[in-house]
Design a protein around this ligand. Structure first.
Ligand code: SAM
Length: 202
């Protein structure tokens, strides 16, 4: 099973949403790609924070496309059901936990995520090393703790794929340690110095 958890690096996700908000404010369709999403903790954390910050009306226009290599073919079911062990939810602030999760009446060791959040996230299997984007015109791509396993050449091809898939002005988000090479200076600009949040230019 992939290493991941709810509310991982929530501070950076919040920061990205604060920058994204004015850009998506007047859009009737907001498209986000969570690439290498594991069992859903990352796209669901992002969806919850987004719903908290942008409010229900704009959130209704949002679609989060969550993809993963999903080596054993079981992530789709986990994400669709949105059912997680209570012990995996410890990092979620209590008020948010109470708003978005309910105890599973059939198994009290598990919680079920609200339908509103589940309906916003769509899972598909996808191999980033196919270098084929899932769609174009995206407003944000989140790809955290995935590219570190790829070679420098593979990473460059993935970044070019992300660049092609984003709308001009769209955002890309990586984990803290994932730096972009200088060759991409004309393609992306880093918009926050202490976080790996970039914007498509050119
Ligand atoms: C360490 S987890 C990171 C999960 C989440 N992004 C996070 O930061 O918590 C890495 C994920 O990348 C996925 N992955 C690895 N290689 C991939 C590939 N070629 N295409 C798509 N996903 C891949 C793995 O299956 C795994 O779920």
């Amino acid at each position: 099973m992939a290493f991941t958890f709810f509310f991982r690096d929530a501070q950076t996700l919040r920061l990205a949403i604060e920058h994204l908000h004015p850009y998506i404010q007047s859009r009737s369709r907001i498209s986000i790609w969570s690439a290498g999403c594991a069992m859903g903790q990352e796209p669901y954390t992002f969806a919850i924070l987004l719903r908290e910050i942008i409010g229900p009306y704009l959130f209704r226009n949002t679609r989060i496309y969550a993809t993963d290599l999903d080596q054993y073919g079981n992530y789709g079911k986990i994400i669709e059901e949105g059912r997680y062990p209570v012990k995996d939810l410890e990092r979620i602030p209590e008020d948010i936990l109470a708003r978005y999760f309910t105890i599973d009446p059939d198994n009290t060791t598990q919680c079920i995520l609200s339908e509103e959040i589940r309906n916003t996230v769509e899972f598909n299997r996808h191999d980033l090393l196919s270098f084929e984007p899932i769609r174009s015109g995206l407003h944000l791509i989140i790809c955290k703790n995935v590219l570190l396993h790829f070679s420098p050449e593979e990473r460059m091809k993935v970044w070019m794929m992300f660049w092609n898939a984003l709308e001009v002005g769209g955002f890309m988000l990586h984990e803290h340690t994932q730096k972009l090479p200088d060759e991409l200076n004309g393609k992306f600009e880093q918009i926050v110095m202490n976080a790996q949040i970039f914007r498509k230019i050119g």
